[in-house]
Design a binder for this molecule. Structure first.
Ligand code: GLC
Length: 534
């Protein structure tokens, strides 16, 4: 937990565990995971070796979008617990050397938020300017061509004689960041939580916030990259506006006024390293921004190696990258990247654990949990309910399988969980915990090795080669060799003493050979265990 003037920050080298609260552990048998459930299982997280947890939205909400529609920014959702529970969670986590990040949603509120209720009460209402209202076009049509994230028009007609903007669901009206009072409200919200000991925020739709002042039409999309735009429209005027950077410069000052410095980790939905780096500013905006090009790349070593290199080259000096493969929107990497193949899951975990910077694991990644095919009748994600096939987001939000008991250790016997458990049952935490050859044990060894070998700080990184599907790179004192093919491969010459292999046999690989989809962490010849790389 180093915090000093040399540029190191607690999140450099850290592993953050994204915990979808409703699906992790239900302490009161109502079918929903909750904060007390997390408190009960903190020892598991500490055993696993994570440094921090990021909790999916915990604030009161009508749950049109499961908490991403906030109706009170300084409370706790009654389904999940109380403010006192959250205080206790922060305290108990702290006693185990772990920090707690919350999810903050500044792009929009719920339509049930008192600001919106007031804003909707009339055109002269005090909070009217908190939201993006616009008159119809002279022909009565919508103000522009913007679409929401379901592909429907992003403008909702309102009885007060104007449209309001919702980049997400109609129950999620966009805030108007041109209004200074909105800045003041959020500064107070940040301080409220920082003072309670919250270590930072994952910032939802971090590249949203400001909208074009003239509400110009978005231009057509000439790319199939979902990070550039969707539904035939490029994200130009409804997000990624230059004014948003000023918000993060202000918030960074607030974050830095606390000790330890609080973390701003943005959901930066942008297609390349340059545009990602822009949200780090001159190392005076977000300290971390999620790397979606990395998460959305296939398990293709040349592509991953290039993204890592470009990202590191683009970030401002002193800033670090953040890597993840799964989240509650994209689905789980053991399915998306690995098609459920355990060898690939183990290899991907090795890569995530040995890249420099910060790594975020999604609950279940550590046991290789795959997406669950949730039957349409049991789906709960309103935004994707009417989408066909595998596009739903529920598939990656199902309860954590702790053990083989009725309720799977998630909830009590006979209780119906809010989303179904995997059927047939998958390998549980209990199945894997004491087996040295399990994915869970491998993940735990990887995190321990990361801690002891890379220590705190931003280890320097060098791509050594991607040759015939084998990616070799150096992070600090470690050389990683990863075989992304179905064939055995020669051990790269740069590899040194093998410290860990992903092979389930755990046997040292045959001298000089990497098995199919096997990865090894080795210590570079001539280097001692290295801490405090910068
Ligand atoms: C982010 C969240 C997603 C949510 C959306 C609107 O993308 O990750 O789950 O639906 O923002 O808040």
């Amino acid at each position: 937990m180093t915090e000093n003037a040399d540029g190191r920050r607690w999140w450099h080298g850290a592993v953050i565990y994204q915990l979808y609260v409703r699906s992790w552990r239900d302490s009161n048998d109502d079918g929903y995971g909750d904060l007390r459930g997390i408190i009960e299982r903190l020892d598991y997280l500490s055993w696993l070796g994570v440094d921090a947890v990021w909790l999916s939205p915990t604030m009161p909400s009508p749950d049109d979008d499961w908490g991403y529609d906030v109706s009170d920014y300084t409370g706790v959702h009654p389904d999940l617990g109380t403010l006192a529970d959250l205080d206790e969670l922060i305290d108990q986590a702290d006693q185990r050397g772990m920090r707690v990040l919350l999810d903050l949603v500044p792009n929009h509120t719920s339509s049930a938020h008192p600001w919106f209720t007031d804003a909707a009460s009339g055109r002269e209402a005090e909070h009217r300017r908190y939201y993006v209202w616009a008159d119809p076009r002279p022909d009565g049509g919508r103000p522009n061509n913007w679409l929401d994230f379901t592909g429907r028009p992003a403008w909702q007609w309102h009885d007060s004689g104007q449209y309001y903007l919702h980049n997400f669901l109609p129950g999620q009206p966009d805030l108007n960041w041109w209004e200074p009072a909105v800045h003041q409200e959020f500064a107070r919200i940040l301080e409220f939580w920082f003072e309670r000991g919250v270590a930072g925020f994952r910032i939802d739709v971090a590249n949203g916030l400001y909208k074009d002042a003239e509400l110009r039409d978005n231009p057509p999309l000439d790319s199939d990259n979902p990070l550039e735009g969707v539904f035939g429209m490029r994200f130009v005027y409804n997000s990624n506006r230059p004014e948003t950077h000023g918000v993060y410069r202000d918030w960074r000052k607030i974050a830095e006024s606390y000790s330890p410095e609080r973390l701003l980790l943005g959901e930066t939905w942008v297609p390349d390293a340059q545009r990602l780096a822009a949200y780090y500013g001159d190392n005076d905006e977000l300290q971390l921004g999620f790397n979606f090009p990395f998460a959305l790349a296939d398990l293709d070593p040349a592509r991953l190696a290039a993204i890592v290199e470009q990202t590191l080259a683009a970030l401002p000096s002193g800033a670090g990258p953040v890597w993840m493969g799964s989240n509650h929107d994209l689905g789980r990497f053991p399915s998306r990247w690995c098609g459920g193949d355990e060898r690939k899951v183990r290899l991907a975990l090795l890569v995530l654990a040995t890249l420099p910077g910060t790594t975020v694991l999604y609950y279940g990644d550590e046991i290789g949990m795959t997406d669950v095919d949730v039957p349409p009748a049991l789906r709960r994600d309103h935004a994707t309910l009417d989408l066909e096939g595998g596009a739903d987001r529920d598939r990656a939000r199902t309860p954590m399988p702790w053990d083989g008991s009725p309720g799977s250790g998630f909830t009590g016997p006979g209780v119906t969980p809010w989303l179904p458990m995997a059927d047939p049952p998958v390998s549980t935490v209990a199945d894997q915990r004491d087996k040295p050859e399990s994915t869970l044990s491998l993940c735990r060894r990887l995190l321990a090795l990361r801690r002891t070998e890379l220590g705190r700080g931003l280890a320097d990184f060098e791509n050594l080669a991607v040759t015939e599907g084998v990616w070799t790179y150096r992070t600090g004192p470690l050389v990683v060799a990863a075989n992304f093919t179905d064939r055995p491969a020669d051990m790269p010459a740069e590899a040194g003493e093998v410290l860990l292999t992903t092979s389930a046999e755990q046997a040292p690989p045959s001298p000089g050979v990497l098995g199919p989809w096997e990865g090894v962490v080795t210590r570079r010849s001539g280097s001692a265990a290295g801490h405090d790389q910068l």
